[in-house]
Design a protein around this ligand. Structure first.
Ligand code: SF4
Ligand code: SF4
Length: 306
């Protein structure tokens, strides 16, 4: 087994700013996890996340996604911001404060795939929300943490403000021990969710989740959201903010995830008066760009309707 390669990946991932990583054997997703996901989709609780219903065969087997894959490498990158928007301003999910993570993580993972390919000749495929794969399941199998009742991956001692990036590779690496921890008796996130989108033991009901609705839902928001949306402009972090595992979250070391001063101070009046040109300037490199200006303004306006 190429132990020196493991050490190289370890030090390179730390150098690139990843806070945790691990390895799982590439194989079919366990039946109970696949069933749970299937029944979530069949019940329609995936809501506007229609993509979740597609490619179930590939999603349940990374060796179909990458023929010859032997290992699933999972990397976690902290995005918890050092500086926040003031609470009286419209709120954005922390993950959208900086540069779009899809690009940032892919750039970093490419450095690792280059190392693997150049030293072993083995093939790699990077997945950063770019292929149907159960990211959090694989993160748990790779020993990074457990999936909380808030549906986030919780890394013990570090919390849940992490992006996940995956490398599938034909290289066989020793698998990490899967994480067996759980939320225990805690139900704080279920009680804190303003929209009643969380239920014990079930994936989030995306039809009610303000994160899904403010980011992915097209057209007018359901009327009931005006009662619970508060000042959320893009996404919702409530079920992570209340989680005891995030009490000691440390700010990200990744410079690309730091917010700009202009973003930090944007008011609702400025967002409502924003032109497409301004939107591109402020959000052109951010994940917010994918929701678009119209959706952002729609989210702010719903709280103003009688
Ligand atoms: S993101 Fe917000 S609305 Fe969605 S489940 Fe969490 S607390 Fe509820
Ligand atoms: S708030 Fe409690 S129940 Fe919810 S994810 Fe965190 S530990 Fe689990």
């Amino acid at each position: 087994m190429p132990l020196t390669l493991l050490h190289h990946i370890e030090s390179l991932s730390a150098e690139l700013g990843f806070d945790a990583w691990g390895v799982a054997r590439a194989e079919q997703v366990a039946n109970d996890a696949a069933r749970r996901y299937r029944s979530w989709v069949d019940s329609g609780e995936n809501g506007c996340m229609q993509w979740a219903a597609n490619h179930s065969e590939l999603r349940n087997d990374p060796t179909l996604l990458m023929p010859g894959a032997k290992s699933v490498l999972v990397f976690a990158a902290n995005y918890f911001p050092a500086r926040m928007r003031k609470p009286e301003l419209p709120q954005f999910a922390y993950y959208a404060y900086g540069e779009d993570y899809h690009k940032v993580l892919r750039r970093k993972l490419k450095v690792i795939t280059r190392l693997i390919t150049q030293t072993t000749g083995h093939l790699c495929r990077i997945c950063v929300d770019s292929a149907p794969i159960h990211e959090r399941y694989w993160a748990r199998m790779a020993g990074l943490g457990f999936i909380g009742l808030n549906n986030a991956l919780i890394i013990p001692g570090k919390g849940s403000y992490f992006f996940l990036g995956i490398i599938l590779t034909s290289l066989e690496l020793p698998a990490s021990e899967p994480c067996r921890l759980s939320c225990g008796e805690c139900r704080l996130c279920i009680r804190s969710c303003p929209a009643g989108a969380l239920t014990d033991g079930k994936p989030v009901d995306a039809r009610r989740c303000l994160s899904c609705l403010t980011i992915e839902h097209s057209g007018p928001l359901p009327r009931w959201t005006s009662q619970v949306i508060g000042n959320r402009a893009y996404g919702c972090d409530t079920c992570q903010q209340c989680c005891p595992h995030n009490r000691h979250a440390k700010p990200t070391r990744i410079a690309e995830f730091a917010p700009s001063p202009e973003f930090l101070n944007l008011t609702d009046a400025q967002i409502l008066a924003m032109t497409d040109h301004d939107f591109q300037r402020i959000f052109g490199r951010s994940a917010v760009r994918r929701a678009g200006l119209e959706r952002l303004q729609r989210n702010l306006l719903i709280t103003r309707k009688p």
